[in-house]
Structures are given as structure tokens and as C-alpha cells.
Design a protein around this ligand. Structure first.
Ligand code: SDX
Length: 383
């Protein structure tokens, strides 16, 4: 990686645009949404309030929040066309593929983008943020052969999602933990899926199609798909007593340990800290602690072993602990990345709305390394 390629592989360190939606302070392990730390928002705010803050750039008054909540709650029912797209998907399809199609279908009747009408674009975003949660719950129940649970307008975003997913009213503590998890995943400056959303939206493509593109990026195991891979890793290790040996082998074979490393953080991901804190509280109330125990040993062994050589990727990221928290809420690991999208759709929307205020199509240059004077050869002469 040290040689000068004349470009930055993976756009590492490249400043592609300005934003005030969020900032990842990699050296200090700090994340702020429009200036407020996620620790303070996790303690004092709700997902709905943070979505408003992210979209509009200011915290809502009581009346504004009430109005916003009403709009979110009354946009939860999916259009027939979206239900039809979800129903058409094979049960074997990964939920992220079905979700990408479902969100594109949310735009079947979307009007062409009018950059001048920010209010209309925000209301369109609110509709997608609301419907995406319903789509994830419906897709999960289809995969499990269960009937859809209609959304409940009396419940918060987090409560209603868990209710539609499980078919029963969640307990208050788990609903609050899930609400905080949604806050923590809401935005993260120019991560791959947010950058994808911005690239597509910079062409003035519809909001639904820009968000659908972001879902594609999030699905990859190096990005949002890592949370599901962490649980696959924990299940593959089998039992806590095998964890240390597994990690030592992974380090020896230079295998990637999912849930570790980050392009920007050079210390602990602040979200991982908050998630671990909630996980330890919840696991104390549960009988099955094996997944947590296995991950705790993976975590400690990675830090202990790689810390000796001060490798800068030895820190866990947001995906390391989130899955074991969701598992304690009886959520299947295949639904973890769609849940990441349930939260991050607000960040993607906020970046698009911000970018459209002063839009310019994203079109970077390329360093061409191919031949420049090749000639066409007739097929009969080719070898
Ligand atoms: C998310 O960008 C964001 O903000 C994303 C995110 C968000 O909120 O949007 O924070 C969410 O995507 C978190 C990351 C989830 N992905 C994983 O946990 C997958 C495992 N992590 C790695 O694939 C990696 O760390 C990345 C993808 C997260 C970062 O990739 P980089 O910055 O391109 O780093 P790299 O792959 O070039 O690694 C640099 C070195 C390499 O060693 P050398 O070849 O230099 O010897 O660190 C090593 C890597 O092998 N390394 C790891 C590792 N991560 C990096 N080695 C073992 N295990 C790992 N997890």
C-alpha cells in the first residue's frame, strides 16, 4: 500500500465533498451527528428525534416532533406494488436483495426529482424511512413462512418494528435498547453506502433509487454485512473455550476477523462501546450467554495479541457486538444487515437532501493504465 499509485486505493483519505450531517473523528474515536456526540444522543434522545435532527439540521420543538412522529407513523403501510415485489421474491433470496428491490418499488410512483422543492424531497424521505422498516419486517416473516403483522400507529419506530417482526408487543427495556441501536447506526459520514447514495443522487436520480443503491453497498460483508458474519464466526467457533485458539489461527493465517478494523477509526469505535454496555446489561438477564462469552474472548484475544504489534485495525467496530445484542432479542442473524438499513436510511436521506442543495454530479477522474494504440483484428486472425 505504500507505493505511490498516483491515486488513493479505495479513496482512502480523499475528501470528496463537504457535509454537516455527521463527523467520524477517527483518531479520537468520536462520532457526532450535527455536532452532538452519539453518547449524549444515545442517552437522551430517540431514533425519531435523531431522524428529524439529521434531516432538518436542528432539534425539533415539541410540536414539530409530534407532527413528525404522526407523519412517520402514518406512512408505515406498504403500497400494493411493494408488497407484490416482496411476495415475488423466492424464500431463499437474501433479505438485502429483496429489500433493495422493495425500496426501488417504493419509487414506482415517485415524481421526478425537483431540487428546488426540498420540503417535498424530505417528505418523500420520511415515507421511505417509515416504509423501509415495515418492508424489513415483512420480508423476514415471509422468509420464516409467517403472515405479515400490520404496523401499529400507537407504537414508536423501534417498538413497532419489533412488534411487526415478532408479532408480539416488545418489552419496554428491549424496545429502548433497540431504539438506541437505531440511533447508533443512523449515520457515519462518507461510508461506502452513504457515498453510493450520494453518487447516484448526484445524477438527480430518484430518492428511492439512490437509497436502493445504498442498500446494495451496505449488503457487502466488508460493510453492513459484517454483523451477520460476526455471528457466523461465533457459531463456527462453537463454544467459548475454542475462541482463543480460533483467533490465534486467524492471526497466523492473516484471515480477516469480522467486526474488527475500520478505515477511519484508529481506536475503539464509540458505537461498539455503547453497544457492548447495553449487551452486558441484557446478557446478565438471559440464561444463554455463550455467544457473548465467545465474542468477549475473541475481542480480548485480538486486542491482547495484536496490541503487542500495535496493529491499527485491532479495534472492534460497530458490527462486532450488534449481532449478539439482536440475537438476545430473538432476531435471526440474516436480518441483522436489513436492520442496519432500517436505521441508516435516515443518514442516506439526510446526505442526499444536503447534497441536492448545491448539487454537482460526482464524476472523478481515472488513471488509465491500458494500451492506447491497439488495432482491431479480424476474428479469423485471433489466437
Ligand atoms: C462498517 O466506513 C464506515 O464508516 C463503515 C461503518 C458505518 O457505520 O458505515 O462503520 C460500518 O462497515 C464497519 C466495518 C465492518 N466490516 C468488517 O468488520 C469487516 C472486517 N474489516 C475489514 O474488512 C476492514 O477493516 C475494513 C473493510 C473495515 C476497512 O478496510 P480498509 O481500511 O481498506 O483496511 P484494509 O483491508 O486495507 O486493512 C489494512 C490492514 C491489512 O493488513 P496488511 O495487508 O496491510 O498487512 O489491516 C488488516 C488488513 O489485512 N486488517 C485486518 C482486519 N481489518 C484490516 N486483519 C484482520 N482482521 C480484520 N478485521
Amino acid at each position: 500500500m505504500g507505493e505511490d499509485l498516483g491515486f488513493s486505493k479505495g479513496l482512502a483519505g480523499v475528501v470528496a465533498d463537504a457535509t454537516s450531517v455527521s463527523q467520524v473523528q477517527g483518531e479520537d474515536g468520536r462520532l457526532i451527528y450535527r455536532g452532538i456526540s452519539i453518547e449524549e444522543l444515545a442517552e437522551k434522545s430517540t431514533y425519531e428525534e435523531c431522524v428529524y435532527f439529521s434531516l432538518y439540521g436542528k432539534m425539533p420543538t415539541k410540536n414539530q416532533l409530534t407532527k413528525f412522529n404522526t407523519e412517520l407513523r402514518h406512512n408505515r403501510v406498504l403500497p400494493k406494488a411493494v408488497e407484490a415485489v416482496i411476495a415475488a421474491a423466492p424464500r431463499s433470496a437474501h433479505p438485502m436483495a429483496v429489500l433493495q428491490a422493495a425500496v426501488a418499488a417504493m419509487g414506482f410512483d415517485e415524481q421526478p426529482v425537483n431540487l428546488k422543492n426540498e420540503d417535498a424531497n424530505i417528505h418523500n424521505a420520511i415515507k421511505i424511512i417509515s416504509q423501509l422498516a415495515t418492508a424489513v419486517a415483512h420480508i423476514s416473516r415471509d422468509r420464516r413462512g409467517l403472515s405479515h403483522i400490520p404496523p401499529n400507529t400507537e407504537m414508536s419506530h423501534a417498538e413497532n418494528f419489533l412488534y411487526m417482526l415478532h408479532g408480539k408487543v416488545p418489552n419496554k427495556e428491549e424496545a429502548r435498547i433497540f431504539d438506541v441501536a437505531l440511533i447508533l447506526h443512523l449515520d457515519h459520514d462518507f461510508n461506502a453506502s452513504t457515498f453510493s447514495a450520494r453518487v447516484v443522487a448526484s445524477t438527480e436520480a430518484k430518492l428511492s433509487l439512490s437509497i436502493s443503491a445504498a442498500i446494495g453497498a451496505l449488503s457487502g460483508p466488508l460493510h453492513g454485512g459484517a454483523n451477520e458474519k460476526v455471528l457466523e464466526m461465533a457459531d463456527g467457533i462453537g463454544a467459548p473455550e475454542h475462541a482463543k485458539e480460533w483467533v490465534l489461527n486467524a492471526i497466523a493465517t492473516k484471515a480477516k476477523v469480522m467486526g474488527f478494523g475500520h478505515r477511519v477509526y484508529r481506536t475503539m469505535d464509540p458505537r461498539a462501546k455503547v453497544l457492548r454496555g447495553m449487551l452486558e446489561k441484557l446478557v446478565a438477564t438471559k440464561s444463554d450467554k455463550s455467544t457473548y462469552e465467545t465474542l468477549r474472548i475473541v475481542h480480548d484475544t485480538m486486542i491482547e495479541e495484536l496490541g503487542k504489534t500495535s496493529k491499527d485495525y485491532i479495534w472492534p467496530n460497530v458490527d462486532f457486538w450488534s449481532g449478539s445484542l439482536y440475537r438476545l432479542m430473538d432476531i435471526d442473524s440474516i436480518d441483522f444487515t436489513p436492520i442496519f438499513a432500517v436505521s441508516r436510511v435516515a443518514g442516506w436521506s439526510s446526505h442526499i437532501i444536503e447534497m441536492w442543495r448545491d448539487n454537482r454530479i460526482y464524476r472523478p477522474s481515472a488513471k488509465y493504465v491500458g494500451p492506447t494504440d491497439a488495432k482491431y483484428q479480424d476474428i479469423k486472425n485471433r489466437k
